[in-house]
Design a protein around this ligand. Sequence first.
Ligand code: PRX
Length: 655
Amino acid sequence: MVKTNLGWDGSSGDPAAIEPSEWFQAQANINQSDIRTSFNQSWPECWTEAADLLDWNTVYETILDDSNPPFYRWFPDGELNACYNCIDRHVDADNVAIEWIGNLGKTRSYTYSELYDEVNALAAALSNLGVSEDDVVTIYLPVVPELPIAMLACARIGAPHSVVFAGFSADALATRLDAASSEYLITCDGFYRRGDAINQKRRVDDALLQVDHSVDETIVVDRLGDEYPHALHDNEHDYERLIDSFTGTEVNPVSRSAEDMLFLMYTSGTTGKPKGVRHSTGGYLAQTAWTTQAVLDLDSSDTIWTAADIGWITGHSYTVYGPLALGATTVLYEGAPDTPDREHIESVIDEYDINVFYTSATAIRSMMKRHPPDTDYDLSSIRLLGTVGEPIGSDAWHWYRQTFGDGETPVVDTWWQTETGSIMISTLPGVDTMKPGAAGPPLPGNDIQVVDPDGNPVDTGQAGYLTVNRPWPSMARTVHGGDDRFIEEYWQRFSDPDTDTWAYFTGDGAQYDDEGYIRLLGRVDDVINVSSRRLRTVEIESQILDIEGVTETAVVGGRDEAGRTVVFAYVTTEQDRKIDKEHIREQVKQGIQDAVGELAHPGQVIITPDLPKTRSGKIMRRLLEDISNDNEYGDTSALRNPEIVGEIESALSEK
Ligand code: PRX
């Protein structure tokens, strides 16, 4: 958890509200102040506003089929092709579609017609290799142009893609290939991370030894060049050679039912077995395009930089599908925005005239921690800033707006999930007042509630469980191979089929304020069993964050010498202050005792320079738990900062 100005009970004061400026409102894509009312009055027809952003081969007659909840179907009798919508219809305008900024100073740019050519060539090659409609193609690539090209080529021929984050291990790749029975793989020889060459092909070879079924064909992008030669086996094909041999071939975009699967996305997997979330073609693309236009305020003439790995949902929706569906320019950035040198961010914004910059709260905080703002660059192209992934405290919110938006631009704090497909809670930047520390009201069309354990709405200011009480077009359709699991994980808890009441459980804790703004309080499934009590980590963490000088914390259950489970609190502190560690440690212990009341053993406090995080910015509590309990822990290659593990271990052994 990260410092916000909000207490767990919401009692620590209302953050100052900030109105959108007049110039922004005047030009915003959405500036009707009654849009929420009008969407509510015409629900579900209101969602045709999203569907109308797309070109349909067969226009739908039904908007929502809710005859078999929770398996909702949107625009079910409509047909369309996602690749056509993201490329073909923009070719005439011939904007730049993709600007790629690679590691080691490499750059490439594609106009829509260049993108059209390469996607068609790859689609032809895939068909030639035997990929048919509905075959799942796994893509295991870092952020290189070939990644969105492969996604779009799959979409063109109606083959769902499953992108596996390139930092994942061979085991993780093998599990995902098996779970999706995927027989086709698009990968690369390797890539650079922090200047080092990573051998991706070796991971692929290891994974292919482990899979239960046969992977028939593999396409390999040569990212490392001649310096690192690699051998190809019989059913492995060099990407560039394939493209060369199919250049000029055009492939008809397959007409897909709106409900056909566009892609599978496995959730980050910080806990439990990964879930393959299934997204549809019509509803997903419609609402993703609509939120890109309404929340990120994107126009076809704009350049957006969504600084997130395309291997996560944020990259799928707001680097690839949303911006391209609107015909805009999207920036792809290989590597994390906060490394290797942060000035890079300002220089990219300046050089590419970025209009919309969208990144994770974690990235914002780590930029804030590391460097003072660099004022040598011209950032005046920025019109809107966005944040996602974790609560952003008001300090970081203001720092972000001041540093990148000259204290003027709107900031949207967007709440959503892999399962929701697109943004669900946010201010509309041309309409709503901003409140740093609170994400915002539900977007138009959404019915979002905060409920008690019995599913009854709690009072404003009270914490509860966040649920979505009405279906929405970009919702996950199911979990791959597990309708039962889909129901169990997301629907069972707060739905009652007897009364035909259906509520989707997000897994998050939240609270409403008096003005209908939602503050997110973290995952409610982060619990520790101490003295046979289930303690919600979020409650202990908010207590610790109240301590001056503490910036981030994660608490997990660990064993003490007597074998009892106690609280292990991992804490990072402000870097530029002189910190009295002993003082902080005592205060944290006190904070834990305050939070857990009668608990006799306050456990351990470990002060560390950083917390282990996934690439998408999630704190890896499971890893901290393993370290705390001296358990074997597995592969740490999915971490954004693997080097921190050793530091934490040595901090622990000093205790
Ligand atoms: O806990 C919420 C947090 O991220 C979770 C979803 O993670 P994932 O599926 O990996 O998708 C991340 C990017 C959409 C949520 O259940 N989360 C996401 N956005 C916010 C957030 N927490 C607070 N504020 C947000 N803006």
